[in-house]
Design a protein around this ligand. Structure first.
Ligand code: SF4
Length: 401
């Protein structure tokens, strides 16, 4: 499929909207009351520090809802207001946050059902409204919905669209896109659907494996088995790694994406020499500002003398996991939780480890004076952060703030 031509024709269709419906002011009050927090504003005003009793809270200087997420949620609310009686679907979670997704469902926006890992679009009828979430949807999904005559409301973050444009550029000049991301993540699924040839690497270790293959060759079968779910159909490592371009899932660890870019640049330099480099390597910066700011703020926060870190965000939120990784690398006891309900008591907290496992840790809250670092992923409303801070104050001081 000519994905670029399809995208262009979709954008000119009267059934397509990516700007909202002009009722921002009406939904703004609703959004503020549901997701904003006075306590968090107070902490921001106090230079991101708040002390109550034996607890000092240090908030990261950039955390929580990014503008791409705010925009997507606002457009979803506008859509419900604009189409009060129509059936409205969403192809996936609007953002990776359980409380926001629950609110969306309460507004009778339904998820497309999934049967054995496949979305069942047969439930969607002509004239239904379908929202595409902040991290986008695959071009094949867009095509199905367009062919059905649905009204498509596209909340894809412009930063994600920028990555799609990058892989389109690679495709145009017959470069393979090396995408730093998680092959199962909805954003990477969408990005790879716009790419021509592609290979998805999860981390620097996988990138190094590919770089070695480029330089020295290797076991083709092993390569194909290793990336079986993470490359384009018919990918041939002996043919398709001669010209590569870099792209990424916008929420990966910024430093790692940069290292991967440099690694492939050096690899191509070594293999083809400086005069040929531009014929074999293309790099674009596709890390979004919000991800970068949150990671930079976290890197600053972990330099403080913290007793523990609470990292708040959906368990399937990639950018939250990256924040947790930073705390883990510093050796700070840190707990990734999605809602206040994960804090069972001062003795017990249920949290997600970096390996994805949910575990319960006992005696997580130290006695005596403590400094607690707090951050939250780009999909987390301030209200959720407020609930968690209040709970910690409550457990430590015995009084609700
Ligand atoms: S994290 Fe970045 S790419 Fe993702 S929605 Fe927010 S601004 Fe957009």
């Amino acid at each position: 499929m000519d994905t670029k031509a399809f995208k262009r024709s979709l954008q000119h269709s009267e059934n397509y909207n990516r700007k909202g419906f002009g009722n921002q002011a009406e939904v703004a009050t609703q959004l503020q009351s549901e997701y904003q927090s006075n306590l968090i504003q107070e902490i921001r005003d106090r230079d991101y520090i708040l002390q109550r009793g034996s607890v000092t809270i240090r908030l990261a200087q950039a955390f929580g809802f990014c503008w791409g997420v705010e925009r997507a949620v606002a457009i979803a609310y506008e859509t419900r207001q604009h189409f009060p009686t129509e059936r409205i679907w969403i192809t996936n979670e609007i953002i990776h946050n359980p409380s926001v997704n629950q609110r969306i469902q309460e507004m009778e926006v339904e998820f497309i059902p999934v049967e054995t890992n496949q979305k069942d679009f047969s439930v969607v009828a002509t004239g239904d409204v379908v929202i595409l979430p902040a991290f986008g949807a695959s071009v094949q999904e867009m095509q199905i919905l367009h062919n059905k005559g649905c009204k498509i409301v596209d909340t894809t973050c412009p930063w994600v669209s920028k990555v799609w444009n990058t892989v389109e550029k690679h495709k145009k000049v017959d470069y393979t896109s090396i995408i730093h991301g998680k092959y199962k993540h909805e954003e990477t699924v969408a990005t790879s659907s716009f790419a021509g040839k592609y290979l998805i690497v999860l981390n620097l270790q996988e990138a190094e494996y590919v770089a070695k293959y480029i330089l020295n060759g290797g076991n083709r079968e092993e390569f194909l088995a290793k990336f079986a779910k993470a490359c384009s159909a018919g990918f041939d490592p002996d043919q398709d790694l001669e010209r590569v371009g870099i792209a990424n899932q916008t929420t990966m660890l910024k430093g790692e994406t940069e290292q991967i870019g440099k690694l492939f640049e050096h690899t191509m330099l070594q293999k083809y020499g400086p005069t040929e480099l531009n014929q074999h390597f293309q790099s674009f910066n596709t890390i979004c500002d919000a991800t970068q700011e949150r990671q930079d703020a976290m890197l600053e926060l972990v330099q403080q003398n913290l007793d523990l870190m609470i990292v708040i965000g959906g368990f399937n939120s990639s950018n939250t996991t990256q924040l947790q990784q930073i705390a883990f690398d510093r050796g700070i006891p840190s707990y990734h939780i999605d809602t206040v309900e994960r804090i069972k008591s001062g003795h017990s907290i249920e949290h997600r480890q970096l390996n994805g496992q949910l575990v319960i840790t006992e005696n997580w809250l130290p006695i005596g004076e403590i400094i607690v670092g707090i951050t939250s992923g780009a999909s987390t409303p301030d209200k959720v952060v407020e609930d968690i801070i209040k709970k910690i104050f409550d457990l430590k001081t015995g009084s609700i703030v």
